[in-house]
Design a protein around this ligand. Structure first.
Ligand SMILES: [Zn+2]
Length: 408
């Protein structure tokens, strides 16, 4: 009998009690027969995905779930997402995250330009490439590459001293700057080449006809999270398993690629509330039939956390349960192969604060051939915290999931 491994990551699902939900967390308030089955028949624990001193980004948190300690493998999102769209990791090149954002009256009002569509974004990327990044700056060459929706990559090939200048400052991600004054934020760094480029994009994009009449115009490009190309130890090198990553988010696809997973192309994944959950389930099951491991990531609960929308978060958790978790468990229970499932959010994105925290998250490990009978009634933050002391999440694959058939 073969063993297959499925990792399900509802991004940012963990939360804190919300008054409007009767002091329950969105996960507690949601109807989740699928997650509850995992908890009942599996082993629930508590894990720290973000070590002390590391920013609680989805990059560090997902890297932990993939079994690598983010404190040992510091990565910048720019380099990760460059990998996801197939750019080679060149040592003479820096890779930036490039976001379309909306600025109104000098303030950042939307970190994602109203979730601009990829095809529309592509047109504006061409405009910036043509009108802002044309020609060489001090022997360097910068170019934008298309990602998904508002998230794109800028590759900047440059001589070492120029790269050092580009690395001298890391701006905050725009999702943490909503409400901030652009000029005030950028003024101290105005002489840096990438900050100059950002200001120029504002002029060119503001005037572009595409943005006329748009409620959330894509009127600035924000450059951040720049880093060099990096190589990571692969899952095959560490555990002898290979597999695929199913995600609509470039960052997660890039991390998957860096640890040797195949990136599955989804036609209708958006990384948002309107993503096609059926397509994700079908893709995950198809890949799991053929391969040993699937990393299935769903972004929607994180977005609801950033939007501070607890009702939407609860709804998204219910949709994930209904369309993904419950039907997948029903399906793999019928397979002759043993299927082990690890389900856990990468980090909390509490609706009350609208951003990520480093608090420990609940996880559950379930085995299709070895269901337990004395697990927990439900999969919730509170029950997990009551049952266990937190372990470091990067140890889960090695100690509890892949090499531990006895873990349950
Ligand atoms: Zn997030």
């Amino acid at each position: 009998m073969k063993t297959k491994y499925l990792i399900i990551v509802p991004d940012g699902m963990a939360d804190r009690p919300v008054p409007s939900l009767g002091n329950k967390t969105p996960l507690e308030a949601a109807r989740t027969p699928g997650f509850d089955r995992l908890a009942r028949e599996g082993a629930v624990g508590l894990a720290r995905t973000v070590p002390k001193g590391v920013t609680p980004g989805s990059d560090a948190a997902n890297l932990s779930i993939l079994g690598l300690d983010p404190a040992r493998y510091p990565l910048q999102r720019g380099s990760i997402e460059a990998a996801s769209i197939g750019l080679p990791a060149r040592p003479d090149t820096l890779y930036f995250r490039a976001n379309f954002i909306t600025v109104k009256n000098g303030l950042i009002v939307d970190h994602c330009a109203g979730h601009i569509g990829t095809r529309e974004a592509q047109k504006l990327l061409a405009v910036v490439n043509r009108e802002v990044l044309n020609g060489s700056l001090e022997g360097s060459q910068a170019r934008l590459y298309t990602g998904v929706s508002y998230r794109h990559t800028l590759a900047w090939r440059a001589p070492a001293p120029f790269r050092a200048r580009l690395l001298s400052v890391h701006l905050d991600g725009p999702h943490d700057l909503v409400g901030s004054d652009v000029q005030q934020h950028l003024k101290p760094y105005a002489s840096l080449p990438h900050v100059e480029i950002m200001m120029k994009t504002q002029k060119v994009l503001e005037a572009h006809p595409f943005n006329r009449g748009r409620k959330r115009p894509a009127n600035m490009m924000w450059l951040w999270a720049q880093g060099e190309g990096k190589r990571l130890p692969t899952l095959r090198e560490r555990f002898g398993v290979s597999g695929a990553v199913v995600s609509g988010v470039d960052l997660v696809r890039g991390l998957g690629k860096l640890v040797g997973l195949t990136v599955v192309n989804l036609k209708r994944a958006t990384g948002y509330y309107d993503t096609d959950f059926d397509e994700k389930r079908t893709a995950a099951l198809r890949e799991l039939k053929q391969k040993e491991m699937v990393y299935l990531h769903i972004e929607a609960p994180d977005e609801a956390g950033h939007d501070r929308n607890a009702a939407m978060k609860k709804k998204m958790i219910e949709v994930i349960d209904h369309k993904i978790v419950a039907p997948i468990l029903a399906e793999v229970s019928r397979w002759p192969d043993r299927v082990r499932v690890l389900a856990m959010p990468d980090h909390p994105t509490p609706c009350s604060i609208g951003t990520h925290t480093s608090d420990p998250v609940p996880y559950v490990i379930w085995d299709s051939k070895h269901p337990l009978t004395r697990g927990m009634p439900r999969f919730t933050e509170r029950l997990a915290a009551r049952s266990a002391r937190p372990i470091m999440a990067h140890t889960i694959l090695r100690e509890k999931f892949i090499h531990s058939r006895e873990a349950l």
